[in-house]
Design a protein around this ligand. Structure first.
Ligand SMILES: *Cc1c(COP(=O)(O)O)cnc(C)c1O
Length: 342
């Protein structure tokens, strides 16, 4: 949109939805190199009808947040982690990698051009940054493209689940699997999410906001929720999260673990059997959009397992959440150097 069309938003009630901003940034890789990138006002791009992204899912994305901190400075949260993970997705899907400095420069340029959309401190809202890497060169056979597009769009967001730390019920997906043990679960490739739409819709129609996937080989171990990692606090106070070859390495999970450790908690990254669920004191889903969504009930067929408090978040996860978000908002010392100035 044009600058003249800008109106301050209802920052506290944004939800998690796409909203148009002034522009996005877009780069093209051709003949072995990335171009300089340009800002585009129109939220559209021309794309070849035979682009590999459209036909063969040569596509990967990221998600990170930019905060207007307590001191008024605008900062990105752990953007280099997203750059590294995007490159891991690029390698798995035969796309050109993006130099970390180019990635960071792209984040800075597009955020600076959209400063009006970085929500004010204190509203709970932030600017969601969505990098996307796609094959845009034409191929008619199944082959990697010879041209790639890297773009970043930004959109202001509030809380993903209405009401913040309100616990939700989860349903175990039995009839579908998310990712094979040696499949693409560890990378953020678009195809994983296309495959998740139907199970997600079925879960949603049954009244469950989140769906839980088990390991696809045996349905014995926990993998993760549809778009967020599984984390739990056991009865001895340890932070437990599944080790699996088909789980997406969540940057939020990594950060929450770091905070937990810093708070003196033991951390266990190990295979977690589904039948351990009843023994946990607290369970949550974690990811960039929400940070933590407490899960107080897990349903698998006829089995209903209740975990943690009926209302609100369990005390340990709440404590980790508070420490983590205080760093994001610049309210606490940035102990781990996670914030990068825009
Ligand atoms: C993006 C994603 C997550 C969360 O990752 P963060 O880096 O914490 O945002 C977890 N699981 C899946 C399947 C995802 O796609």
């Amino acid at each position: 949109m044009k600058k003249s069309e800008f109106k301050p938003l209802d920052w506290a009630n944004l939800g998690f939805a796409y909203r148009d901003t002034y522009c996005h940034i877009r780069y093209v890789w051709r003949n072995g190199k990335w171009d300089e990138g340009n800002l585009y006002e129109e939220p559209y791009m021309p794309i070849h009808i035979a682009a590999t992204a459209l036909h063969y899912g040569q596509d990967a994305f990221e998600g990170l947040k930019v905060f207007r901190c307590k001191d008024g400075v605008v900062r990105a949260f752990r953007p280099y982690e997203n750059a590294r993970r995007l490159n891991s997705s690029a390698r798995r899907s035969c796309m050109a990698e993006i130099p970390e400095e180019l990635f960071m420069d792209a984040v800075r340029r597009v955020v600076k051009a959209n400063m009006d959309f970085v929500p004010p401190y204190g509203t709970g809202a932030s600017l969601y940054v969505r990098p996307l890497l796609v094959g845009t060169g034409p191929q008619i056979g199944v082959n990697a493209a010879d041209e790639f597009t890297f773009l970043i769009l930004v959109t202001p967001v509030g809380a993903y689940y209405k009401g913040g730390l309100t616990p939700v019920r989860a349903i175990v997906v039995e009839d579908f699997d998310r990712a094979a043990p040696k499949g693409t679960g560890t990378v953020k490739m678009g195809g994983n999410y296309g495959a998740s739409l139907l199970p997600h819709k079925i879960a949603h129609d049954k009244g469950f906001p989140v769906d839980l996937y088990l390991d696809s080989a045996e349905h014995k171990y926990i993998d993760e929720f549809g778009t967020s990692n599984f984390i739990a606090i056991d009865k001895k106070g340890a932070y437990v999260t599944p080790k699996s070859t088909s789980v997406l390495p969540s940057i939020t999970n990594n950060g929450l673990r770091t905070v937990a450790q810093h708070l003196g908690m033991p951390v266990e990254v190990r295979p977690v059997r589904f039948d351990e669920i009843a023994d946990f004191a607290e369970i949550a889903a974690c990811g960039t959009a929400v940070v933590i969504t407490p899960v107080n009930e897990i349903v698998r067929g006829e089995q209903v397992i209740q975990v943690g408090p009926r209302e609100g978040c369990g005390p340990t996860l709440q404590k980790i959440y508070n420490a983590y978000t205080a760093i994001q908002w610049g309210e606490a010392k940035d102990e781990f150097n996670w914030l990068v100035d825009i």
